[in-house]
Design a protein around this ligand. Structure first.
Ligand code: A2P
Length: 334
């Protein structure tokens, strides 16, 4: 990215701030960084590499001279402004779901399908955060012994709903502990000391919510395996910033927990945390602030006596590998 001019759209948001932090912490060489947000934030400042940068209002002219634009301001903004950025000559790495299902847009997790980046026509989509969390540790298994069926349940943090949802979790928890009433503003459910089915729309035909549908369709697209059977249940939990996923998968041939562990020990982007003696396994607290997907509880699925099925539990920082880090890795490869 030497001599590249970078723009961040949604720079004040939960993921947007992490874009800048990842560029800084990874020592990515950048010629200039432009921070873009709504008119509400224009004029505020953020520090980047010791410099004070002023946030600008996103407009149609924001992308003049920009080489790479990292978007995380919601699907509507991506749909409206990503084509404008591409027209201005930028490559867009988009964290929203706006273009993920478009067959012409690569949907990339660098550890899995970095080669897809080369086929981009201006926009590269960053996958759903739960999909990234589940698929990074599943990919080495899938390559060694095809996963033909996958059942996952997610435990998703507030960060996936943006800065406002994180704030709601903190404020409602504080109110609960103080014995005060709290009227939810961002989600329609009490969040403190509670969990709820993912706050996206339910498909009235299937009963699956949007998040579940995204995880299922994106997994097939990223693995390039339309025949993989997947079932997802997505749940929002009162955790601030790392997602966890419980998964059970069935492979084409018999597979042992030892084989899975050995594959994961050498998999890029994965750290095995599987300490049976001490009951120490992946936790969102440990996953937060670092870039690996933590994988553990690797065990035989006892409900499948054929020996083809394994259960495991994984956790990853939703704001990093689930969003900003994955996007910055893509940008580096671009
Ligand atoms: P702002 O802070 O000015 O509202 P999050 O994902 O944490 O909810 O953050 C959403 C990001 O998208 C924020 O940076 C927010 O900026 C930005 N955003 C929301 N609406 C617009 C808009 N109309 N134009 C530009 N940026 C927007």
């Amino acid at each position: 990215m030497k001599n590249k001019n970078i723009a961040i759209v949604g720079a004040t948001g939960a993921v947007g701030r992490e874009f800048a932090a990842c560029i800084e912490s990874r020592g990515v060489p950048v010629k200039s960084l432009r921070l873009l947000a709504s008119a509400r934030s224009a004029g505020r400042t953020q520090t980047f590499r010791g410099q004070t940068l002023t946030i600008e209002e996103l407009t149609e002219g924001s992308f003049d001279g920009i080489d790479i634009a990292l978007f995380s301001a919601g699907s509507g903004i991506s749909r409206q402004y990503a084509p404008i950025a591409v027209k201005a000559g930028a490559v867009v790495v988009d964290n929203s779901s706006a273009f993920r299902a478009d067959p012409a847009v690569p949907l990339v997790v660098p550890e899995i399908n970095a080669r897809r980046i080369a086929s981009h026509k201006g926009i590269i989509a960053n996958p759903n955060c739960s999909a990234v969390t589940a698929l990074v540790p599943l990919w080495p298994v899938h390559q060694a012994n095809r996963v033909k069926r996958l059942i996952i349940s997610t435990y998703q943090a507030a960060s996936g709903g943006g800065a406002a949802m994180m704030q709601e979790l903190e404020e409602s928890t504080r109110a609960h502990l103080d014995g005060r009433d709290y009227a939810p503003k961002v989600v329609k459910y009490p969040y403190a000391f509670n969990l709820f089915s993912h706050n996206t729309a339910i498909d009235m035909d299937t009963g699956y919510n949007d998040e579940e549908t995204k995880v299922m369709t994106e997994a097939r697209k990223i693995f390039e395996d339309d025949a993989m059977a997947i079932n997802a249940t997505c749940i929002r939990v009162p955790v601030l910033r790392a997602h966890s996923v419980s998964m059970t998968f069935t492979c084409e041939r018999p597979i042992t927990p030892g084989e899975v562990r050995a594959l994961l020990e050498k998999a890029p982007g994965v750290k095995v945390v599987d300490d049976w003696a001490n009951n120490y396994f992946p936790m969102p607290k440990d996953a937060s602030g670092q870039g690996d997907v933590l994988a553990g509880r690797i065990r035989k699925d006892l409900s499948d006596p054929s020996g083809h099925s394994i259960s495991m539990f994984v956790a990853a920082d939703q704001l990093l590998k689930g969003a900003a880090l994955n996007a910055v890795q893509i940008a580096e490869l671009v």
